[in-house]
Design a binder for this molecule. Structure first.
Ligand code: NAP
Length: 306
C-alpha cells in the first residue's frame, strides 16, 4: 500500500491502546511507511516532542515487526530550549545536530536504523555541504538507508542534489511538502509555521528528476468533509469552488468519498500521500482510497480544473 501513516497524535491525543489499534490495522492492510519526527508534538504545552517516536517504538517492540515496516523520521526542528513551543530555538541542520539527533530518534524508535531520514526544515545558517556530509556519514554507517528534504524550495533542492553529485555524497531522493487537490492562492500565507506548500515548480522538478514526493496535510485536517473544519482562507478563490464541484462529482460517479478521491488523485500522480488519522474509521477510509483507480478520463477531468 502506497500511503504513509502520519503519527503526530500518537502517544498524546491518541492514547497507546488506540495507537496500537491504528498501527495494527495499517500493517494488516499492507501499510509499511510510517512518518514521524524527533519533535512531534513539541508545540503542545507540556510535551517534549519525544512522544510520537516513543509510541511507534513501543508498538514495534510489542509486535516484533521492525523489519516489516519502513520508518521515516526527521531532524532539524526540535527545540533546544525545553518548553519552547516555537521554532526559534530549533536544533537546525549542523553536522553536530544531525549526529546527535539520529541517536535520540533510533533510541526512541528502538531500532538501529531509519529507512528514510529527513531534513525537517531548510537551515540556511549551515552550508549545504555540511548538512549533506553529515547525512552521508549516517548512510555509510547504516543508520539510515536514504535521505530526504522537507519544506525546501525547488532551487534549494536542486542545489543540494548538485552538491551531492559533485562530491560523491548521498543525494536527497525524497521531498516532503504540503500538498492536496485544492490549490492555494499564489503568495497566500499559511498559518502553520514551518509548513511549505507545493508549487508548480516543485512538481515540474519532481517529474524531471524522479525525486519522490511525500505529501502532508493531504486531507486539510478533515476540511473536505467536516463542517467543524472550515477550508482555510488560503484556498479562498473561484478555482476552489470549481475543484470542489468536480471532486464531489467524481466521488459520486465512483461511489467513493471526496477524501478518497483526493488520496487516489495524489497516488495517480505517483506521490506518497501521508494520512494523519486519529481513529480506525478515518484509517479505513484512507485504506479504501488505495482500491480506487482513476482512469485517464477522470484523472484529466480532475487535473483540468483551475
Ligand atoms: N514535514 C512536515 O513539515 C509535516 C508537517 C505536517 C504534517 N506532517 C506529516 O503529515 C502527517 C499528517 O499531517 P496532518 O495532520 O496535517 O494531515 P491531515 O491528513 O490533513 O489531517 C489529519 C487530521 O484530519 C482529520 N481526518 C483525517 N482523516 C479524516 C477523515 N477520513 N475524515 C474526517 N477527518 C479526517 C483528523 O482530525 P481529528 O484527529 O481531529 O479527527 C486527523 O487528525 C503528520 O502526522 C506528519 O507525519 C509533516
Amino acid at each position: 500500500m502506497d500511503i504513509a501513516l502520519g503519527t503526530i497524535p500518537f502517544g498524546t491525543t491518541v492514547d497507546e491502546k488506540d495507537t496500537f489499534a491504528i498501527l495494527d490495522r495499517f500493517a494488516e492492510a499492507g501499510g509499511r511507511m510510517l512518518d514521524t519526527a524527533n519533535n512531534y508534538p513539541f508545540w503542545v504545552p507540556g510535551r517534549t516532542g519525544d512522544e510520537s517516536e516513543l509510541a511507534i517504538g513501543a508498538w514495534l517492540a510489542a509486535r516484533g515487526n521492525r523489519d516489516q515496516m519502513y520508518l521515516s523520521t526527521k531532524v532539524g526542528a526540535r527545540p533546544t530550549v525545553p518548553g519552547d513551543t516555537t521554532l526559534d530555538s530549533a536544533e537546525g541542520l549542523s553536522a553536530v545536530a544531525i549526529r546527535t539527533a539520529i541517536e535520540g530518534s533510533l533510541r526512541r524508535l528502538g531500532t538501529d536504523h531509519a529507512d528514510l531520514y529527513w531534513a525537517h526544515i531548510d537551515d540556511r545558517s549551515v552550508p549545504l555541504e555540511e548538512t549533506l556530509g553529515a547525512f552521508d556519514e549516517l548512510v555509510k554507517a547504516g543508520k539510515t538507508r536514504a535521505i530526504g528534504a522537507s519544506n525546501l524550495h525547488s532551487w534549494r533542492l536542486e542545489r543540494a542534489r548538485n552538491i551531492s553529485a559533485a562530491n560523491g555524497l548521498t543525494p536527497y531522493t525524497h521531498l516532503q511538502l504540503r500538498h492536496t487537490y485544492l490549490r492555494p492562492r499564489p503568495n497566500a500565507v499559511i498559518p502553520e509555521t514551518g509548513h511549505t506548500l507545493t508549487t508548480d515548480e516543485h512538481l515540474d522538478y519532481l517529474a524531471d528528476t524522479g525525486v519522490t514526493l511525500w505529501a502532508y496535510n493531504t486531507l486539510m485536517f478533515g476540511a473536505y468533509t467536516r463542517e467543524d473544519r472550515p477550508i482555510q482562507e488560503i484556498y479562498d478563490h473561484p478555482g476552489t469552488t470549481r475543484r470542489l464541484e468536480t471532486l464531489r462529482q467524481v466521488a459520486r460517479e465512483l461511489g467513493a468519498t471526496t477524501n478518497q478521491v483526493v488520496l487516489a488523485w495524489l497516488l495517480a500522480d505517483g506521490h506518497v500521500p501521508i494520512v494523519g488519522v486519529s481513529s480506525l474509521a478515518q484509517l479505513e477510509e484512507a485504506i479504501g482510497a488505495t482500491r480506487i483507480k482513476l482512469d485517464d478520463e477522470l484523472k484529466s477531468r480532475l487535473d483540468g480544473v483551475s
